[in-house]
Ligand binder design. Structure first.
Ligand code: ASP
Length: 333
């Protein structure tokens, strides 16, 4: 009798051939959507971008694997992407019309619906850390410009000389935008110039969701322009069922209240995440905008839609399947 029990128990404990170990958390990142085509991306740059996306996935995964919070996972991933020169955030951010890097970021904790955001900062090495400090250590949701940097000093957040953010590739983009403007082009962004914003969404083992986004905004922006990325409900949103980070032509994402609308569709209309994601991007397209987003629900379902030629993206699904992709036909998911 006991022998039978022990044998049955041992059989139950044997791994099932072909079964994937459940991760019980899920995670996704983006490095921006845009009109980049295969011919714009040489093999070296593509390898570097993929390696950076992989490193950001690793950073989030190690937090989640160790029973860390979704909030810590999205923060860890964004710090990696902000430090990488390949993305439009932190080091490698685009230049505004004055030739200055002007950074925006936001973060939201779905479990408590606390949020923090910063805009138009010039010296904060990792804007996502400052957004998180605003959420955790100030009575406010959004701080901008000099005031945000003053708050950063008091929080022991790393400040750097503005030259830290510069890369030659971004400077050339600014020069190209200025030349177009001199030739009479309007101030709408040039195709591809908004590639590179970074974002992350996660659900942790406790079922808590979080979202974060960080950007340099748009090349040649002026007059203190702020896009959707630091606006809670537009570029970033998280609640107890859904977390979203967006990328694209920010003015349209603000007008469509993309991130909140996606979660509202799930909450009020019971839409599955894929449908809600598609429909909210259709709303952006109807207004004349384009871009993409990453979204995750509390069951770990992930959607990564975009209506541009590509979106830098990576994911770890609840069953442990993991991948990184760039172009639309590149979805090795
Ligand atoms: N959405 C960002 C902005 O408008 C740009 C981007 O996603 O690349 O500032």
């Amino acid at each position: 009798m006991n022998l039978l029990r022990i044998t049955l128990l041992a059989l139950c404990l044997l791994p099932v051939p072909g079964a994937v170990a459940a991760a019980e958390f899920a995670f996704a990142i983006h490095g921006g959507a845009g009109t980049l085509s295969r011919t714009d991306l040489d093999a070296d740059k593509e390898a570097a971008v993929r390696a950076a996306l992989d490193a950001a996935l690793d950073a989030g995964e190690s937090v989640l694997k160790a029973d860390g919070s979704a909030l810590d996972a999205v923060t860890a991933a964004l710090v990696i992407l902000e430090d990488s020169p390949w993305f439009n955030a932190g080091h490698g951010a685009v230049f505004n019309a004055e030739g200055v890097n002007e950074l925006d970021a936001s973060i939201m904790d779905g479990a408590t619906r606390r949020a923090g955001a910063i805009a138009a900062v010039h010296r904060v090495r990792n804007p996502i850390r400052l957004a998180r400090a605003v959420m955790e250590h100030s009575p406010h949701v959004m701080l901008i410009g000099d005031g945000a940097e003053q708050f950063a000093r008091g929080q022991g957040i790393d400040l750097v000389d503005p030259s830290y953010f510069r890369t030659d590739a971004r400077w050339k983009q600014l020069e190209a935008a200025r030349a177009k403007e001199r030739a009479g082009a309007d101030l709408a962004p040039m195709p591809g110039t908004y590639f590179g914003t970074v974002g992350a969404v996660a659900v942790d083992r406790q079922g808590r969701l979080a979202a974060a986004t960080s950007t340099g905004g748009m090349t040649n922006k002026r007059w203190g322009r702020v896009g959707d990325s630091p606006i809670i409900g537009a570029g970033t949103y998280a609640d107890d069922r859904c977390a979203v980070s967006a990328t694209g032509w920010g003015e349209f994402f603000i007008r469509a209240a993309v991130a909140h609308d996606l979660c509202a569709r799930m909450r009020y209309a019971g839409q599955p995440i894929e449908q809600a994601s598609r429909e909210v991007l259709d709303a952006v397209a109807q207004l004349g905008g384009d871009g993409g987003l990453i979204a995750i629900d509390r069951d770990g379902n992930i959607a990564l839609p975009f209506n541009t030629a590509g979106m830098y993206r990576g994911w770890i699904r609840r069953d442990g399947r993991r991948g990184v992709a760039i172009f639309a036909d590149d979805h090795r998911d």
